[in-house]
Design a protein around this ligand. Structure first.
Ligand code: F0G
Length: 482
């Protein structure tokens, strides 16, 4: 897929697929949307999907499958042990990543659970470019600590660095010197860095990081959940890789790592997950946990249909036409928003479009959760469900004080092959309206705050009657239109 130049001069990402199964959507009225948002405690995780027009909460497990995936699901070989389906998946992973062993898990965090249980001990340190919520939770559960070593540009919302997910290598060397290689059970590289806006790492940077680890005998682990977008960015942004195929880039990348794990809810347009391992002894260290936590070694909690879908989906991930759809739609959306002055994270990354809520709602203090408020306002304005990625997604400090996140983002994920361009244009239009009326948006406060993973279940209320004012202004501008 590529941007196509229209006669009008406009450049538009042109879909290289057609829709053959559809799901009816509903757009509730603005009064209904406000009521639904309040019933959900102003937390987009608690909305009912039937009340959502565009679900941009995540790209996890909600990507559209292809005809070939659906066809493969029909030939699935249903057996507890030794299923042909598992062998097909194992062989596909070996072909793509060149690793000898594969342990299946029911999703990505289950792979993290096994890795942390097998390797992390009290007082250990796990360096990574940036944490992901579930990863950090599993490492700290085992008494370990996460050290984030992303380059400075990674935390600058306006930087135009093409690889903002890159590791800061001098800081990595310093950390190894300080804590000692023996306290580092593994280093984790998260391709397509989730929490800082789906920002990629370059092939060159990953090779260098792995070389440093080899020097000190440190195990290297790749979280490949968001590898799909990262591959596209390497191909299009890294000069040395311009003439390589996606398959060649993947092989060149994978050969540096000892372990590659992934959530197949993202990688492979399906559901499930697993761990690919180079060495037998490493496989043996983790293997026993699979039947304990997941299921037998030839399914690990996945259905055979899911496994067939992953096998075909992984092949599709090697097709540049297919994997460019997400990044091109996201880039289109970011560009259109930027033209209207809406602050977005640049350059456009993978996963989704990330709105800089700290900048969008400059008048709100972080104590009032600007990204959470923006998520609530975005649903009320357009029936669009995004995800808060800011202070609400953090856990309080031990002493009960707030841990303010470095960025306050509203993530509008772009499930692959799901939305049309007119739906994307609708999102842009409603966000531009909201931006022009941003002074009406107020903060939120907790009414129910769980101790762990509060962003999933917590309930909040507006600090004032700002939502009434927002609805009134919407009606004044749009009349009876939804
Ligand atoms: N690693 C990364 C980079 C992820 O983005 C996710 C999930 C996981 C691990 C965990 O995988 O959900 O299959 O257990 N990210 C989802 C999201 C939840 O919405 O971004 P999982």
């Amino acid at each position: 897929m590529a941007n196509i130049k229209f006669y009008s001069g406009e450049e538009i990402p042109l879909e290289m697929h057609k829709v053959r199964i559809v799901q009816k959507l509903f757009l509730p009225t603005i009064d209904e949307r406000k009521a639904h948002m309040n019933a959900a405690g102003n937390n987009t995780f608690l909305l009912q999907n039937k009340d959502v027009y565009l679900d941009m909460l995540t790209d996890s497990g909600v990507n559209a499958m292809s005809d070939n995936q659906q066809a493969a699901m029909l030939r699935a070989d249903d057996s507890y042990a030794g299923s042909e389906t598992f062998t097909r998946l194992e062989e596909k992973l070996r072909e793509i990543f060149g690793m000898n062993y594969f342990l299946p898990t029911h999703q990505g965090r289950a792979a993290e659970n096994i890795l942390a249980t097998a390797y992390v001990r009290e007082g250990d340190v796990v360096p990574m470019n940036f944490h992901f919520t579930t990863t950090k939770a599993h490492i700290t559960r085992m008494g370990g600590r996460v050290e984030e070593l992303v380059i400075q540009e990674g935390l600058n919302p306006n930087s135009t660095h093409p690889f903002k997910g890159n590791f800061d290598i001098p800081r990595l060397r310093k950390l190894i010197e300080e804590v000692g290689a023996e306290r580092i059970p593994f280093l984790r590289i998260e391709t397509g860095t989730n929490l800082i806006g789906g920002q990629p790492l370059s092939l060159e940077n990953m090779k260098e990081v792995c070389a440093v680890c080899k020097e000190f005998g440190i195990r290297t682990v790749m979280d490949a959940s968001l590898l799909q977008d990262n591959l596209y960015f390497i191909k299009t942004r890294e000069e040395a890789c311009k003439n390589m195929t996606i398959r060649e880039i993947t092989a060149e990348l994978a050969k540096n790592f000892d372990i590659i794990y992934f959530s197949a809810r993202k990688l492979g347009f399906a559901r499930g997950g697993g761990i690919c391992i180079r060495k037998k002894e490493e496989c043996l260290r983790m293997k026993e946990f699979v039947p304990l936590f997941e299921g037998f070694l030839t399914y690990g909690g996945m259905s055979v249909r899911e496994m067939e879908a992953i096998t075909v989906g992984l092949d599709e991930t090697m097709d540049e036409d297919i994997i460019s759809q997400g990044p091109l739609f996201i880039e289109y959306m970011c560009n259109e928003l930027q033209k209207a002055g809406v602050p977005v994270i640049t350059p456009a990354g993978g996963l989704g479009c990330h709105i800089n809520a700290m900048e969008f709602l400059k008048h709100l203090p972080q104590q009032e959760y600007p990204a959470g408020s923006l998520a609530a306002a975005c649903y009320i304005t357009g029936g669009i469900r995004g995800m808060e990625r800011g202070t609400l997604s953090e856990q309080r400090n031990e002493d009960g004080s707030e841990r303010f996140s470095e960025m306050e983002l509203l993530r509008l994920a772009m499930p692959r092959r799901v939305f049309t361009l007119s739906q994307v244009k609708y999102v842009v239009d409603r966000l531009v309206w909201l931006y022009e009326n941003r002074h009406l948006v107020g903060g939120l406060k907790f009414v129910e705050e769980p101790k762990v993973l509060r962003f999933f279940f917590g309930r909040l209320e507006p600090v004032s009657d700002w939502q009434d004012k927002l609805v009134a202004k919407f009606k004044a501008d749009f009349g009876d239109s939804l």
